[in-house]
Design a protein around this ligand. Structure first.
Ligand SMILES: Cc1ncc(COP(=O)(O)O)c(C=O)c1O
Length: 392
């Protein structure tokens, strides 16, 4: 069997050293940075773009997506007088961390092989103390929300439509982020609408509890950060940074002590500078992802594509390896070219979360997904040449 180095060499790519294609993220073009300089009121630009797409003008800006979740959970707990949040057992660790940071307990619900809440599993969950169920739209698709919404309504709890990974995605039942009592957006790195940080709550059905004044924009700091970020997306620099353990690049810590409060002005400005073409960039990522998936002739991965009737935004292209060993093998071969895991485990297996879990059924679907899921890059510097992943 060929070694990793031989495989990478045959793909025409540096085989060792620091070279590593980032799994996600897109450079800020000069045009976008000029837009940042020209925009006098980024708050208004972002509000106009997101508000018209999600048909709601009640938006609040927060320090991060997880801080937006914490604020939304507090509002739903106050409204319902309940103390639990129902979270899919395979999702970003920040989702349960935000619930715990809001002083709530977490109840897990199992997911299917697309990462969607399994309706049969949800029917078994005790919702009597649930303030909210979170729909995570995990792989950049708008997860169908109708069944979850109906179960939530019948149980008297709210729905959070978390579009951190899926801003711009549509399903038959609407747009990700716009179908819950509240919606959540993240402007973090690698997200479909990135400002290098920050997040938002879309107050579709609830009144916003408080509004923070818009922060000062600090354009020059935003531009410096964007230039630094552009440089860090170079595979040679990214690989060097990723090899420094304390930077925790590509890791998913479970951390309830994240910064609170309003969005930083530089992040607000950067998010606004990208808001107008964020969905168009989603369409281009989708084209690259479908092209990559269409050539996946040898079946190394079972690709997760748009569900029928929906349109995803592909922050990455996700696929399922046959099992944990096959996933590890794929990553060993193609990690340098941007293949990556998503979250390392089911939430059932996050040690620090255990004491905050309300009783839950076992969630085998989440464990299987954690073992099998692999992401491939869809950004302009990553995914064009599917042969690089041995897929075409
Ligand atoms: C589904 C989901 N919700 C919330 C978040 C939290 O967003 P942030 O990283 O901006 O705190 C993430 C982050 O990746 C996420 O994937």
């Amino acid at each position: 069997m060929a070694t990793d180095q031989a495989l990478a060499r045959s793909a025409g790519t540096p085989a060792h050293g620091w070279y590593r294609v980032p799994p996600a993220g897109e450079r800020y073009s000069l045009d976008r940075l000029r837009a940042l300089l020209r925009t006098n009121d980024p708050d208004a630009v972002l509000r106009q773009e997101l508000g018209s797409w999600l048909e709601c003008d009640r938006l609040s800006w927060h320090r991060s997506g997880r801080e937006a979740l914490r604020v939304a959970f507090l509002a739903l707990a106050a409204k319902t007088g309940r103390r639990e949040v129902v979270v899919p057992a395979y999702t970003c660790f920040s989702v349960p961390a935000a619930a715990v940071a809001a002083g709530l307990r977490v109840r897990l619900v199992d997911v299917d092989s697309r990462g969607w809440i399994d309706p049969a599993a949800l029917a078994r969950v005790d919702l009597s103390n649930a303030a909210a169920i979170v729909i995570c739209n995990l792989f950049g698709f708008a997860e169908p929300a109708i069944a979850t919404r109906e179960m939530a309504r019948a149980a008297g709890c709210g729905v959070v439509d978390d579009a951190a990974q899926a801003y711009g995605a549509t399903a038959r039942d609407g747009r990700a982020g716009g179908r819950g009592d509240v919606g959540i957006l993240s402007f973090g790195r690698g997200k479909p609408l990135s400002g290098l940080g920050g997040g938002a709550v879309v107050w579709s059905q609830l009144d916003p509890p408080e509004t923070h004044p818009a922060p000062p924009v600090r354009r020059s700091f935003g531009i410096l950060q964007a230039l630094g970020y552009n440089a860090a997306l170079s595979p040679w620099i990214f690989g060097g940074l990723a090899s420094i353990p304390w930077l925790e690049i590509g890791q998913t810590p479970y951390d309830t002590e994240f910064p609170r409060g309003a969005i930083r002005g530089d992040h607000l400005g950067l998010a606004a500078s990208r808001a107008r073409d964020a969905r168009e960039r989603g369409t281009r990522r989708r084209e690259r992802a479908l092209d990559l998936a269409n050539r996946a002739g040898n079946g190394a991965l079972e690709m997760l594509l748009d569900p029928s009737g929906g349109q995803g935004v592909f922050p990455r292209l996700f696929g399922l390896a046959e099992d944990r060993d096959a996933a590890a093998d794929f990553l060993a071969r193609w990690g340098k070219l941007g293949a990556s895991r998503l979250y390392p485990s089911s939430l059932e297996d996050v040690g620090d979360l255990q004491s905050q879990l309300a009783h839950a059924d076992a969630c085998p679907g989440a464990r299987t997904l954690a073992d099998r899921v692999i992401s491939l890059p869809t950004h302009p510097g990553g995914g064009e040449d599917s042969r690089r992943f041995g897929l075409g």
